[in-house]
Design a protein around this ligand. Structure first.
Ligand SMILES: NC(=O)c1ccc[n+]([C@@H]2O[C@H](COP(=O)([O-])OP(=O)(O)OC[C@H]3O[C@@H](n4cnc5c(N)ncnc54)[C@H](OP(=O)(O)O)[C@@H]3O)[C@@H](O)[C@H]2O)c1
Length: 308
């Protein structure tokens, strides 16, 4: 009898978790032949799966990664899974603004097109500093991508209609930006939340600035995903998170779906500057929709990335 109860309880748990993790997939089959996609941090997780999906649709895919050997390994895997040879990598460390500038110079020399830029790379909540003395989360997740996008914007305009997709997180709602202390670096989780809120304001303001220029902008929350973000933490935390992630988080292929949707869907293009979850537009908390704050952050970021 106990055995029967155990089997029944396990089955209920199994189907409950399966239901909990059910997500929409991108059903738009649009091909991307002749288009070039740049993905930051495509060496693992959601970025790598996005690269596979877009290469499968015929795009030329460039992954921008800080570790060349990991990048080479990822390129081999993306080529194998997508049956495409049109995949390459370039070196980019978003924690160093000089490196971002050099990357853009080389990219613009090497690549004639840029149709879709995916600002995917991120560092989770860690208390560290970038080479330019910004807090690691704010510097990598927001400022590095801010500079990268701005330097690549002329090419995106030339190749219009083009798209910029910026990965954010629904955790944005736990914090607000403090303009007296954009470099906040006290509690790891909160530094991450703030950087992801900055991603939302950035994406919104980019959408506003590019209105009528056929360069559209999307902020995407991919859901909670079984990626490799825990590698920045202790062994014990990683083990604990493995169990939680296995139970509640979705695989990377699923996490990539909303990014793919924003890269190809005509429906998404009607909501430039918007926030997307589960392959559809979603509503932000009112404070995160404040265009005044978005503009203020844009102007502050312009000052911060200026070469000294
Ligand atoms: N996983 C989730 O549950 C979740 C939830 C909400 C939002 N997101 C967002 O989804 C995006 C992708 O995250 P993920 O889950 O796929 O994480 P991930 O597996 O840890 O991938 C992050 C990528 O960013 C790269 N990166 C980190 N620092 C970098 C730097 N300084 N310069 C260049 N690249 C750098 C990493 O490269 P290395 O391999 O060299 O470290 C890695 O390829 C992030 O923006 C994240 O905030 C994820």
């Amino acid at each position: 009898m106990y055995l029967l109860y155990t089997i029944l309880a396990s089955l209920v748990c199994f189907f409950f978790l399966k239901w909990l993790k059910k997500r929409r997939t991108c059903t738009d089959l649009k091909r991307l032949d002749g288009k070039t996609v740049l993905i930051t941090g495509g060496s693992s997780g959601i970025g790598k799966e996005t690269a596979v999906a877009l290469a499968l649709r015929g795009a030329r895919v460039v992954i921008a990664c800080r570790d060349p050997s990991r990048a080479e390994k990822a390129v081999r895997e993306i080529k194998f899974k997508s049956h495409s040879l049109n995949v390459t990598h370039m070196e980019l460390d978003l924690a160093n603004l000089r490196c971002v500038r050099e990357f853009c110079k080389t990219f613009l020399q090497r690549e004639k097109r840029l149709d879709i830029l995916i600002n995917n790379a991120a560092i989770p909540g860690v208390l560290d500093w970038t080479d330019d003395s910004f807090s690691m989360c704010f510097g990598v997740n927001h400022l590095g991508h801010f500079l990268l996008t701005n330097l690549l914007l002329p090419r995106l305009k030339e190749c219009a209609p083009s798209r910029v997709i910026t990965l954010t997180c629904s955790n944005y709602k736990y914090q607000k930006l403090d303009f007296q202390d954009l470099n906040y670096n006290l509690l790891p989780f909160f530094t991450y939340c703030r950087s992801k809120l900055a991603n939302i304001y950035f994406s919104q303001e980019l959408g506003r600035i590019m209105e009528g220029k056929d360069v559209t902008s999307y902020a995407v929350h991919p859901g909670f995903v079984q990626s490799s973000w825990t590698c920045h933490y202790s062994f014990l935390f990683r083990m604990l998170m493995q169990v939680i992630m296995w139970m509640f988080f979705v695989p990377c292929e699923t996490g990539a779906q909303t990014v793919i949707y924003c890269a190809v869907s005509d429906e998404a293009a009607k909501h430039s500057g918007g926030y997307f979850v589960d392959c559809r537009p979603a509503t932000l908390r009112p404070f995160a929709r404040d265009s005044g704050v978005a503009k203020k952050l844009w102007e502050a970021s312009e000052r911060l990335v200026k070469p000294v």
